[in-house]
Design a binder for this molecule. Structure first.
Ligand SMILES: [Zn+2]
Length: 71
């Protein structure tokens, strides 16, 4: 297997894992939600905060990521 393909696959699974285990809570309405893998990948972020849009009230905000316990 070419090295490039292996790296791309590793990155893809990392992004998928991150999106699957990270949620956000809207500071406006308190709604907790997950974002799609694609949205996670394209949204700008600084450390643990991310520029995401609340699916409930539509408010766009820098939100702190909530890491979910995978139990
Ligand atoms: Zn909201």
């Amino acid at each position: 297997m070419p090295v490039g393909a292996g790296v791309a696959r590793m990155l893809a699974s990392l992004v998928r894992w991150h999106a699957a285990t990270t949620g956000y809570r809207c500071p406006g309405c308190g709604h907790e939600f997950m974002i799609s893998v694609w949205a996670d990948f394209v949204s700008p972020h600084i450390l643990t905060t991310k520029d995401v849009k609340c699916p409930r009230c539509g408010r766009r905000e820098w939100m702190e990521a909530l890491v979910r316990e995978s139990s």
